[in-house]
Design a protein around this ligand. Structure first.
Ligand code: C2O
Ligand code: CU
Length: 520
């Protein structure tokens, strides 16, 4: 494999937004962090060096890490954190991924400031499956807190209530010109009339699904979650936290300046309104620049149909054909997951350390931990705490129906669910309660979308299928950071297969050491 090397120094650096300066965790002093460029099939080696005062882990979101969960970066699931002063060499093999993914911190709420894009180009001998764009730009959506995010996280965990909301939405680290003190630094994208641009968009936000739109322009979606899609022409994009969407923008309108903007999808996000974050698309050439710009008109708030355009994978060869699935019905099946302290599930599994997890994630009990309006399963019981994992045999074909529930919150909310180590097909989505008799016949087994993220509609369900062909320990969780922190997560252990190339590889020599548990 060709090897791409990076050095990630995590430290505290000062940054100013919204007239406020604060010290925050960054990689190499950059916010957002550095973009990794590599080609499909290459090995990315990243030396992560912790020069900060906080523990850190780095996750390669959407990279499958074949047979090598060791450097997947999920705190307490695949490793203990890199403590201050320590470093960890993370090997990230790009196998079949091509397109855009991202990396982010995967401990507490550190990913609010520690994230960056991963751009995976075709192998040297290949080209894009669409005409070569004139230029390409990564666009990372994020959030900004004026306060220290670790403090926001700790207060949130201590309070038991909703977290303090962020103060701005960001594009590539900038709030845009609707926010105070932000006009100067508003991102500009210069385009030449008639040319086509590839935008690689990442939703690195902590807590929001967003709509994204460019005034007077349609775009063509060509990729999602590190894979190409059938081209889809649309006037807006909806993107959930953790998702990446690649699209082509053709500069085919009268030369002028146009807003490109992202606005929150939910109508009343936890009780406040957010200004859209903006970028200015500026045609080059001689014409009178308009002094004020109009925002595009977005879809209605909470419109899940507008939020789920019919994106399809380019092929579905690997679509599991399961008809009698090993079915896990429910969001997180009534288990509120506790992350092990001073240990991690992967090492406990590999070394046979007892007492870290239990292999009994309930497979059949329908639902709970989260929220379905008017839906109370018959065997409703209060959720309990545990570190339960679901064991899967190598190569099992898995179908999961994720049922959104609304146990106690009245209104419910969509959940952006994310799986590590695999991509999955989203074969069905519906409102209300999943019906095991009438819904499966309507599954899309022809051209479903493929990715590592699925939006489970509020008070509705989504069904996914994947083949458990990657031995290791793989996290699954809601990519709303507040839900994740509330325990809306679980883990799979995919067992080794028979053949030597179906087994997990051994750990690297510099795995971060787990602290000894406090003496009893
Ligand atoms: Cu993007 Cu488990 O995370
Ligand atoms: Cu959620």
């Amino acid at each position: 494999h060709a090897v791409v090397h990076h050095k990630f120094e995590v430290r505290r650096t000062s940054h100013t937004r919204l007239c406020t300066t604060k010290s925050m965790l960054t990689v190499n002093g950059q916010f957002p962090g550095p973009t990794i460029y590599a080609r499909r099939g290459e090995l990315v080696v990243v030396d992560v060096i912790n020069r900060a005062d906080a523990n850190i882990t780095i996750h390669w979101h959407g990279v499958k890490m074949p047979r090598y969960p060791w450097t997947d970066g999920a705190d307490a699931v695949t490793q203990c954190p890199i403590t201050p002063g320590k470093s960890f060499r993370q090997r990230v093999l790009l196998s079949d991924e091509e397109g855009t993914l991202f990396w982010h911190a995967h401990i507490d709420w550190a990913r609010a400031t520690v994230y960056g894009a991963i751009v995976i180009l075709p192998p040297k001998t290949h080209t894009y499956p669409f005409p070569k764009p004139h230029a390409e730009f990564p666009i990372l959506l994020g959030e900004w807190w004026n306060d220290d995010v670790q403090q926001v996280y700790e207060d949130f965990m201590a309070s038991g209530a909703a977290p303090q909301l962020s103060d701005a939405f960001l594009v590539n680290g900038q709030p845009g010109d609707l926010y105070p003190c932000s006009k100067q630094d508003t991102l500009k994208l210069s385009v030449e009339p008639g040319k086509t641009y590839l935008i690689r968009m990442v939703n690195a936000m902590m807590n929001f699904i967003t709509f994204f739109k460019i005034k007077d322009h349609n775009v063509t979606v060509v990729g999602m979650d590190g894979a190409y899609t059938k081209p889809l022409n649309t006037d807006h994009i909806a993107i959930i936290p953790g998702q990446t969407i690649d699209f082509l923008l053709e500069a085919n309108q009268p030369p002028s300046r146009y807003y490109m903007a992202a606005r929150v999808y939910a109508g009343a996000p936890l009780g406040r309104t957010y200004l859209p974050t903006t970028v200015i698309v500026e045609y080059v050439g001689n014409y009178t620049r308009p002094s004020s710009l109009l925002l595009p008109s977005f879809p209605e708030f909470d419109d899940f149909r507008e939020a789920s355009p019919p994106i399809s994978a380019t092929g579905s060869e690997a679509l599991p054909t399961t008809t009698t699935p090993s079915k896990l019905l429910g969001s997180m099946n009534n288990v509120t997951m506790l992350l092990p302290k001073t240990q991690n599930i992967l090492e406990a599994y590999y070394k046979g350390i007892r007492g870290v997890f239990t292999p009994d994630f309930p497979a059949m009990t329908p639902i709970i931990y989260n929220f379905t309006q008017g839906y109370k399963p018959e065997n409703l019981a209060p959720a309990h705490f545990g570190t339960a994992v679901y064991m899967l045999d190598y190569n099992s074909e898995v179908e999961m129906v994720l049922q959104g529930t609304d146990y106690g919150y009245g209104d419910g909310i969509d959940h952006p669910m994310h799986l590590h180590g695999h991509s999955f097909y989203v074969v069905g989505t519906g409102y209300g309660n999943f019906d095991p008799n009438t819904d499966p016949p309507n599954f899309n087994l022809i051209d479903p979308p493929l990715g590592n993220m699925v939006a489970v509609p509020r008070n509705g369900w989504s069904a996914i299928r994947f083949k458990a062909n990657n031995p290791g320990v793989w996290f699954m969780h809601c990519h709303f950071e507040r839900h994740h922190s509330w325990g809306m997560m679980m883990a799979f252990i995919v067992k080794d297969g028979e053949a030597p190339n179906e087994k997990m590889l051994p750990p690297p020599p510099d795995m971060p050491r787990c602290e000894a548990p406090p003496a009893a």
